[in-house]
Design a protein around this ligand. Structure first.
Ligand code: FMN
Length: 454
């Protein structure tokens, strides 16, 4: 039974020039977008004009390792602002849109992360969100005193304790702890300050945090894990999940699994966990116009970059011995990379009889996330179907180019969604939690005091 139509949640995921690997070569791209604040102000304001719930900035703490011929032709995560600094500046240039960025649990301390998001939440009036990642790239390890990345299980073990500490630190102070009473000379009430004294396997943190409780209580927690451990962390802590499913069937299975885990294993309300798959759209007023935008963008991709992106999606398989205009070789070995991407790419290649170059064009748009092209109606149909058939609560929109891809979405797709009653026409809330329909969590210490009094 399909569910009733409701309000979609929409994030605008910003890569500086857009998500297509060759977006920086588009004639309208700011080639230096990663360090161009005027550009970020413009796209954040466009997203706010479109009434998006939030903008999202991903992050890596290092330059990825790749063949220099391919790397030197790419702009992705190589020449970017540090995201907290950037979001703090964007906070001042916007008033309603949520501000979400990545912070890794592998190469940070929980105190730093709790403090920075609390700060951003105060600066923005309750619009901050934390995308919790454990880091997939081993190169990050080399910048933080290590010779190798933590193993998968260890980094998720660390992530669980890390998140517990961060959330607990956000409760360091009761909401009304600071009376700042000039007449009596009392700054805060000592009974409303809570010292954490956490001693665990990975962290020892005394607390309290040196900033009052964030306006949202807890900044919104976002997660994007696809592995079993990743889904467990999401089911326990996340309020938004950036999934990376490519078909409605696989996203429905993911939606079911993560929400039932949240309810059954962690006693959470499954509606307080919003599943938002990545979606990259080429929008045209006609199908032909959308096709033309797609083909033009792909024509800007250098063959070396195309080969590298396909190789990466397949988990690092060396494709150089093969003819790129020929079919994908049969019986490729499965690697340690994403199994769902591997399966999708190999099945797609077979079913549509694609050459390697053609497959690379399919995956280049959004590094393995879903790419669609069409008219506003076709795109809205797809989004509506994923919502009512319980594959998604909304989407993490990944414009292939910026600013053009976002302008197209805001000018063409959003009005179509609004016309169908699937998206807000005006913000009704002030905080990111209010936009997303998430409750403000009570302070654990206040809760305890109330419970004891009852
Ligand atoms: C939309 C989206 C955004 C992501 N952003 C980041 C990021 O900013 N930094 C990062 O290291 N990993 C990022 N990831 C990767 C995930 O954190 C995670 O490593 C990946 O989904 C594999 O999950 P697993 O480790 O549970 O297998 C992102 C993934 C998705 C789907």
């Amino acid at each position: 039974m399909p569910r009733q139509k409701g309000q979609l949640r929409l994030g605008a995921f910003f890569n500086p020039t857009g998500h297509h690997v060759a977006s920086w070569r588009h004639p309208n791209a700011q080639a230096d977008a990663g360090i161009n604040f005027a550009h970020y102000t413009e796209i954040a304001r466009t997203a706010e004009r479109g009434k998006f719930d939030m903008i999202f900035l991903a992050d890596n703490v290092g330059v990825r390792e790749a063949h220099m011929d391919a790397l030197s032709r790419s702009a992705q995560y190589i020449a970017n602002f540090e995201p907290f600094t950037l979001l703090s500046a964007i906070a001042a240039m916007t008033s309603r849109i949520g501000l979400v960025c990545t912070a890794t649990t592998s190469y940070n301390e929980p105190f730093h992360v709790a403090r920075k998001f609390a700060s951003l939440d105060h600066i923005s009036g309750g619009r901050a969100g934390w995308n919790l990642v454990t880091s997939g790239q081993s190169v990050e390890a080399y910048n933080f005193g290590r010779d190798a990345h933590y193993g998968h299980a260890e980094r998720y073990d660390r992530a669980r304790e890390f998140a517990e500490v961060v959330v607990a630190l956000w409760d360091s102070w009761d909401d009304d702890a600071f009376m700042r009473d000039k007449a009596s000379g009392q700054m805060f009430d000592p009974a409303k300050m809570h010292v954490l004294n956490h001693v665990g396997k990975h962290f020892k943190v005394k607390g309290p945090l040196n900033i009052p409780r964030p306006p949202q209580g807890h900044p919104v927690i976002v997660q994007a894990g696809t592995s079993d451990d990743g889904m467990d962390v999401a089911a326990r802590f996340a309020e938004v999940i950036f999934s990376a499913n490519l078909t409605i069937e696989s996203c429905q299975a993911y939606f079911q699994e993560v929400k039932s885990r949240a309810a059954e294993k962690f006693g959470r309300n499954p509606d307080h966990l919003k599943v938002m798959p990545g979606l990259s759209c080429y929008v045209g007023r006609t199908e032909t116009e959308a096709e033309e935008k797609y083909d033009y963008q792909n024509s800007l991709m250098h063959p070396i970059v195309a080969r590298e992106i396909l190789s990466t999606i397949l988990g690092g398989i060396d494709l150089s011995p093969y003819d790129f205009d020929g079919p994908l070789p049969e019986n490729l070995p499965m690697t340690q990379g994403s199994q769902s991407h591997f399966k999708y790419v190999t099945e797609l290649a077979k079913s549509k009889n694609l050459t390697m170059r053609q497959i690379a064009q399919v995956v280049a748009g959004a590094r393995g996330k879903l790419v669609v092209k069409g008219t506003p109606k076709q795109i809205a149909d797809m989004m509506e179907q994923w919502y009512v058939e319980e594959a998604a609560d909304g989407f993490n929109v990944m414009p292939p180019t910026l600013p053009g891809g976002l302008d197209d979405f805001v000018e063409l797709v959003i009005p179509e969604l609004q016309r169908r009653g699937l998206f807000r026409t005006e913000y009704t809330g002030r905080t990111l939690r209010e936009h997303l329909g998430l409750p403000r969590p009570p302070n654990r210490y206040e809760r305890r005091t109330t419970e004891a009094a009852e």
